[in-house]
Structures are given as structure tokens and as C-alpha cells.
Design a protein around this ligand. Sequence first.
Ligand code: NOJ
Length: 562
Amino acid sequence: MTDSWWKKSVVYQIYPRSFADADGDGMGDLRGVIDHLDHLAELGVDVLWLSPVYPSPQDDNGYDISDYQDIEPLFGTLEIFDELLAGAHARNMKIIMDLVVNHSSDEHRWFQESRSSTDNPKRDWYWWRPARPGMEPGAPGAEPTNWGSVFGGPSWEYDEKTGEYYLHLFSKKQPDLNWENPEVRQAVYAMMRWWLDRGVDGFRMDVINMISKDVSLPDGRLTAGSVYADGSASFIGGPRLHEFLQEMHREVFEGRDGLLTVGEMPGVTVNEAVLHTDPQRHEVDMVFQFDHVWVDRGPDPWLLVPLQLTALKAILGRWQAGLADVGWNSLYWNNHDQPRVVSRYGDDSPAHRSASAKMLGTVLHLHRGTPYVYQGEELGMTNYPFGGIDEFRDIEALGQYRQAVELEGRTPEEVLTVLRARGRDNARTPMQWDDSPHGGFTTGTPWLPVNPNHAEINAKAQRADPDSVFHYYRRLIELRRTEPAVADGDFTMLLPHDERVYAFTRRLGSTELLVIGNFSGVEAHAAIDGWDGAELLLTNLEPPAGGLCLAPWQAVVYRRSV
Ligand code: NOJ
């Protein structure tokens, strides 16, 4: 029996360090989340995903975990965590934890032991390798492979104590765990059971499609102009990934109900996702794919590519078709790694911000799948007006800037142009609760400045305004509960060649919904027949006067019986 309650649910992601600071140290915390549970309940979401709250040196804002079974003191204690869990459950919201087990922190005791000597029993818990044959250990270019790390620089760090290198696909403070070692896997499973026993409702699994590596660790292909190669062919969707996920399912989830698992999988294909989310195969409930957030990325990472709507539709249409019968989609525009969608695929100017935020929400939530709302998305929060590189805090932005400017000869301005538009700190500026000096996020100095537009864009003002993005999201989320075709209907893409209009139908039994979004700042006519007289369920602007003629950034949802 498959328990798929999450098909009817909406998930809300909390990035705790930027959500709400209850103790005035400038950093969000668990008490701050507790204080705002009513905002989330009012919005109507069913599940909260907490980005990592475990003890961590915070090299990558908590995605570098030094103890998997405790709470980072900056954020609170296990007791406060239990209080949060109870407060969420009391409001009928579940909580899923971020599970970051492709790597740990270098300050985790497992790694401390592993690095202490070549014969330590935990040596093999991480990926240790000698220098490239014939090369001096530690010399430039002597790394065991030519792979670059995601955050810039090589993906190997030389450790003088034992004269070997360890693998880190992300920062050098995030050594990769060796999933080939069954003790590692059992330790992870035991930790996961411990959280489930505590009452948590599932996991969002960080870069989980990187846990199985090609153990021969071959060099990657170097492209012109880069100093390091892309090694991802050796660790994305590796040879034992399905086996590991099935083992995890058996060891951790079997016999437990009411849980949600979502695997973050950069580079996953539709065919692989079908296998991962086929309920008969017992791997994960859904995956986060990346194709639709890479659509505005070209071969040159330091060149902005504008959104081409037909390409976006082709991608999302392919995912809808691919997972129509078997498996399930997750739906997201935003998370803590993506720029704000209203600035990216919408229009964040005062004239169109609110309409385009609502239109984007409509189109996303009415696809078939489970929608994810990232904190502030329900307010239409925008990118931050970053100046120079000194205003960024993200290890990815800083590392990539260094590599591009210092090693690859890019100009600071071309790199900054892309970071301002795409950098992860855009998502991480504090939540805008009200119009007070730091947006009601903190009484202290925020770790990252609050967007100056919090004077206009904030939760307090939007809760008081029935026409706000917040209340529109509430209605959108409510529609999932009142109209079964939203969760269960099939999906048909319309107008695939239209560069302005995004349109599709959803059908369940005799009910059919038509969803149209105008992705442009000019009026657009949707060439779709047969909907005269249909019931208008939802729109973000004045109802169209006649025909399917949409105002700039307008969204409409119609219903009819067929
Ligand atoms: C994906 C996470 O979402 C991102 O924030 C993090 O930097 C990397 N994985 C490494 O954990």
C-alpha cells in the first residue's frame, strides 16, 4: 500500500539562519521559527522543510555538519527543536529535516578520526588517495584527479599529516563520505532512525545522487579556459545509487507511515527520476531536478542567458509527461540556492512585481506534482541590489569569483553581473516581516543585510492586504484542497511554440482546468478555443473582458465540465 498523502500537500522551506531571529544575535533561530508558525499555518502549507540546523562550523551555512544528532547552539537546543516539532504538529504541519550525508564537516569526529592516521578504523569512511603517480605530494597538479570543486579550486585537499589527499566535491571543509563502506551507511541509517523516532516526518536529501562514485576515479574532460575539469560523470547517478537508496529505504523507512522523502539530484534525467520515484522500487517519493533552473545558463557560466519561455515549457512539459504514469514530480522555482524567481523569470519592478509573482505561483502550483514554497516567495521577495564582491557571504559566490577572476582571467564586472543575477545570497537575505529597520528579522545586526525594499514588501503589510501576493498564495494553496484535479488531474501542455503564453490543462474525470500565464509585460492573446462560458476560478488581475486576452503578467485559471 502506498501512502502518498504528499501528492495533496504543499511544502514550505525554511532557511533558519535567515527566517527569524528571536535572541537578537543577528542570526535566525528555532525560537524564531516557533514564533512564526501561525504565519505558516495561515498560509496553509502542510510540511515544513528545515534547512540544516545541526552543529556546524557554518562554512557552507550548515551544509557542513559536525554532529548529526544535535542542534547548532546558534539555532537552539534539542528541547527547543522538540517544541518546534510539537508546535508544527499541533497545527497539522509536518517537519522534514535536511539530510546532508554526501559529505560531513571536516570537524565531524568521524573525519577527525579518519584523518588521524592511515590505519585508523575510520580511514576508509572518506575518500583518501595518494598523489598522482610520479608527482610530489602537495605540488600543484598532483591531485589524484583533475576535478574542480563546486565552490572553486580543486576537489582534493592535501593532508600533510598522512601525505594523502581527501575528496571534497564542495568546500574543503566538506569531505565526501565513502558510501562504499557499509559501516558508513549503517551509521547514517541509525542516525536517520533516531530523528524519525524523535518524531520528524521525513528528509530532504542533499545532493543524494552523488553518494555513489565510480571507484576508479578517472580524470574528467577539461574544457577550454577552465583550470579544473568537470568530474560529474563519475559521481552523478553513480553505479550503486539505486542500490544505496533501496537499502536506505529498507533500513530506515520500511514499516513507517506518513513520511516524505525528496532527493535533491542535480543533473538527474527524467528516465532516472522515474526509477527513483516508482513506488514499487522503494527509493524516494520525489526528486528535485534542475533542468528548469538551468534553462537560463549557457555553455559559458559567466554569460547571462535570458529566459526563453519555449525552452522552459519544453523542459517542464517533458518532466510532466515522463512522470505522468509512474513516479511523481516536485515543483519549485526557489530555494536557498536559487535567485528569487520574481527577479529571474518575472518582473520585479514596482509596476509588475506583484502580478508576476502571483502568475509564477499559479503556473507552478497547478502543474502535476508537489509544490515547494521557499520563505519569502509567498511575499514576492526579490533579489538584493548587491554592489561589489565584498557584499556577498556565500562560499560559492566567493570561491567562484576567486577562481574566475584570479585564475581564469575573467573581469570582475562580468563575474559580478552574473553573481548579482544568479548568486545564492539573493535567496538568503533575511525574511521581511515588517517595515521596521531590519524588517522585523532581528533586533541586532543581521548576518546579511535585509533588502531595502522591506519597507514596501513585508509580511505584516501583506497579511493586512487581501490583494497581496501572500493572500493570493493562500488561495492557490487552498485550491489544491478544494479542487481534486489540482493534485490528481492529468496534464496536457498547450501552445508549446508561444514565447509569451504558458498554457496547459489538467483533467480529472469530467472536470477540466485551463491554466494560462502571460510571461510578458505586454498584452497577450492565448489562441485556445472552446472555453467560452467556463467558470473563472482564479486570476491575479481584473478578469479578462472577453476571449483569452491576458494583461501583462496575468494568470487565469478556468474550470469546465467535459
Ligand atoms: C546542495 C545544497 O542545497 C547547497 O546549499 C549546498 O551548498 C550543497 N548541496 C552542498 O551541501
